[in-house]
Design a protein. Structure first.
Length: 317
């Protein structure tokens, strides 16, 4: 890693959000931090991992399971109590870690320092991340991003080194388990931590499989065999959410349609990040520019057979 790139990323990542240190608690922060007695004492750390807490004591929507965020609140409460500056500082540091994770992933993917630097720089300054960094409780997005991106980056390294019959240096300190390569254990740890950060991490095996299919040109059966454990973990976690946490019925087609329309709006925000608001408005015709733009870019890149770039663009979805 080029030190000058890392220094620039550090300064930029912290600099663009330094003004948040003057902010206070807003909206859900009051309930999740100030009013929740279970995030004040380390003795409740284990309880935060139980379904009972998330169904009976968690104040937000049902179906949420994000114990890692709750653990960070315990640490911060014992350091800062009701002083919001410490919580915002944590979000800034976590966001820096996410930016450096993106740099690490891009470096593993492209082996190009300049391309990796600009990928991470765009991630660092993009306005669409404002809500996740400025709103304390939304650090779940940052936590998941760190572990999701690091796990995928390590997976790419693992695939590359496995092809060369090498072992990653960090993995040498991990003893073999159940016949699994030590590199896979590191990826698995990142996957579990991502799941404990936010439920959306359940898609990580699909992302890894798409890399094997698109970039490494593995066949479908071989890819499934290589990733069976991660898909099994996803299935177990999904069942856990449905059986132990969710109490309502399956979402209606109208709700599913709303999510599809919201995706179009999020894609538009990536290229035209205006009208940013924590409460998303109605999807308009302008939002259709997002899917159209990215479809056109993927088409043009695919014609040049730049499969790594296509896979990187696919992360957006």
């Amino acid at each position: 890693m080029d030190k000058k790139y890392l220094i620039i990323l550090l300064l930029v990542s912290l600099g663009v959000y330094v003004n948040t240190l003057a902010n206070g608690f807003i909206w859900d922060d009051d309930d999740l931090i100030l009013e929740d007695r279970y995030v004040r004492d380390i003795k409740y750390a284990g309880y935060l991992f139980t379904p009972k807490y998330w169904k009976q004591n968690f104040v937000a929507r049902e179906g949420r399971y994000r114990p890692l965020r709750a653990l960070t609140f315990i640490v911060e409460w014992n350091l800062w109590e009701k002083n919001p500056i410490g919580y915002h500082l944590t979000n800034m540091i976590l966001n820096l870690a996410a930016v450096l994770s993106v740099y690490f992933l891009a470096q593993n993917l492209f082996a190009d320092g300049l391309k990796s630097f600009f990928s991470a720089l765009i991630f660092a300054v993009h306005p669409v991340h404002t809500e996740s960094v400025c709103w304390i409780k939304n650090r779940t997005d940052i936590l998941m991003a760190i572990f999701f991106v690091l796990g995928t980056a390590w997976f790419i390294t693992s695939v590359s080194r496995r092809q060369r019959n090498e072992i990653a240096s960090v993995a040498e300190f991990i003893p073999p388990m159940s016949g699994l390569p030590r590199n896979d254990i590191l990826v698995g740890v990142m996957f579990v931590l991502a799941l404990l950060s936010k439920e959306a991490a359940i898609t990580m095996p699909v992302v890894m499989m798409s890399y094997l299919l698109l970039v490494e040109k593995e066949n479908f059966i071989s890819s499934v065999k290589n990733l069976w454990l991660y898909f099994a973990l996803s299935a177990v976690f999904f069942v856990f959410l449905i059986v132990f946490l969710r109490t309502s019925q399956i979402k209606s087609p109208i709700y599913i349609k709303a999510n599809i329309l919201a995706l179009a709006q999020y894609l538009r925000l990536l290229i035209l990040p205006y009208d940013l608001n924590a409460e998303r408005g109605l999807v308009t015709g302008v939002d259709l520019l997002g899917p159209i733009f990215f479809a056109a870019v993927i088409y043009l890149v695919s014609r040049k057979k730049l499969y790594r770039e296509i896979w990187a663009l696919g992360w957006i979805f």
